[in-house]
Design a protein around this ligand. Sequence first.
Ligand code: CA
Length: 267
Amino acid sequence: MTSLDSTLSHSLVDSPMLASVAGAHPTEAAESGAFRHVRIAFQPIVDLKRQSVYAYEALVRGPQGQGALEMLAAVPHARRPVFDHRTMLLALFAAARLDLRTRLALNLAPSAFVHPGTIMSLRAAAESVGLAPRHVILELSESEPLNQQRIAESLQAYQAMGFIVAIDDFGAGHAGLGLLASYQPQLLKIDMHLVRGVGGDSVRQAIIESVIGIAGKLGCALVAEGVESEADARRLLALGIHLQQGYLYARPGLEALPEPDFSWLAF
Ligand SMILES: [Ca+2]
């Protein structure tokens, strides 16, 4: 696994690359002011087979640690690709400062995902911090209407470059199965609303078992989001889902890479 260069320092944040995307356009002056207040939190996605961290997901936070929804609500829809693009680069450099030595998962709205400038700047930024594309996961949300043709073309381009693509919050949006019919990412992240309570809920178990069947046939690996209880974690593990994420393991750490808690597995 590629190691990031631990000698990277804060100076990267002031690099010409980030400066070029962080407010160079005069019409973006006001937004770049807000942009400077964005902070990045990291939450581990764990691999229970190895009892290790599979990846850290970068999450947008406000200056006082406000959640992503609050921050994103302040971003006009038309500016979302720019916002996502900038925060993606911020997350890469923040991860480098923290000496990340595993995969990094970045969230992108579809409009940012298909934006022509995203893929090249992402590759350049990842290279500049010593992170190979195969260690970068792009979590594609269904938070806005999708142009399936453009998404499919973009997904092929990212995958050809070596990036890992994930469908985020699978099962929460109305387009989950429609997306899968059009293209198959390497990862499906099962939405927390399907996951929470699965340990004692036969309906949720049936739905997740069907997702496991579909994912298996399409060659997609699964991540369970929102795992908060041992009962849910054990049920998911029994079903074969060993990549999990949630408060049971670690809460997001603001500008930190929290160590997951596997202690419950010993009992
Ligand atoms: Ca996500």
